[in-house]
Design a protein around this ligand. Structure first.
Ligand code: DGI
Ligand code: FE
Ligand code: FE
Ligand code: FE
Length: 187
């Protein structure tokens, strides 16, 4: 599947705003992948489909997470988490992508996970820093991403954890575990 075919398949599932974000994520991911051995076509597909389920019915997504025995914590820490694991399942079922690396990157693009692959890391960061994003702290993460993906992800996770705590929202335990692992590894 090439870029144009993938974009045509995802577009009907997204708003215009989310479609523009998706193109930004794909372009940013390809830039971050320069000088890495990550497969560019597969990375691009992961990026194009990463928010495939963003507008799906929440009960449908909860049903998928339960039926497929995905991490039950995805059900407990905020509805924003549902679209990543449910999207991975739906991209496999409806689009026919069976590549485990692509499906992993989609599953973990919101929270990160321990032992992230290079593709997981690049998609996570591209989602955070793509050019249409403009929240506080994004510029610092963009700058860090030029020198260290891990340092950039640590900062992005710290920003997200702070943002959730300021609003007294729960933090998905896997997000904290990802943050801790990267901080330990970087010392
Ligand atoms: O789907 P996008 O908007 O492109 O970006 P995303 O998939 O990274 O989702 C961002 C949302 O997810 C934002 O509202 C914060 C929320 N989020 C990210 N990490 C966590 C989280 N929510 C909870 N409860 N816990 C987390 O660890
Ligand atoms: Fe997302
Ligand atoms: Fe994100
Ligand atoms: Fe996104």
């Amino acid at each position: 599947m090439n870029r144009a075919e993938a974009l045509a398949l995802v577009e009907p599932h997204l708003t215009e705003h989310r479609y523009i974000h998706t193109i930004g994520v794909a372009d940013t991911a390809l830039k971050l992948a320069e000088n890495t051995d990550v497969d560019k076509n597969r990375l691009e597909l992961a990026a194009i489909f990463h928010d495939y389920a963003k507008f799906r019915d929440k009960q449908e997504m909860r049903g998928i997470i339960m039926n497929e025995k995905l991490d039950p914590d995805f059900l407990l820490y905020g509805d924003e988490l549902l679209h990543a694991p449910a999207g991975s399942f739906l991209v496999e079922k409806e689009i026919g992508i069976e590549d485990e690396e692509i499906l992993s990157a989609i599953t973990w693009h919101t929270t990160g996970r321990q032992d992230m692959t290079m593709m997981d890391k690049i998609l996570f960061l591209a989602d955070y820093i793509e050019p249409n994003r403009s929240f506080p702290g994004v510029e610092e993460v963009r700058e860090l991403s030029a020198s260290s993906l891990d340092e950039a992800i640590i900062k992005a996770l710290a920003n997200t954890i702070e943002f959730l705590m300021k609003k007294k929202q729960p933090v998905y335990p896997g997000t904290l575990a990802t943050y801790n692992q990267l901080v330990f590894n970087i010392r």
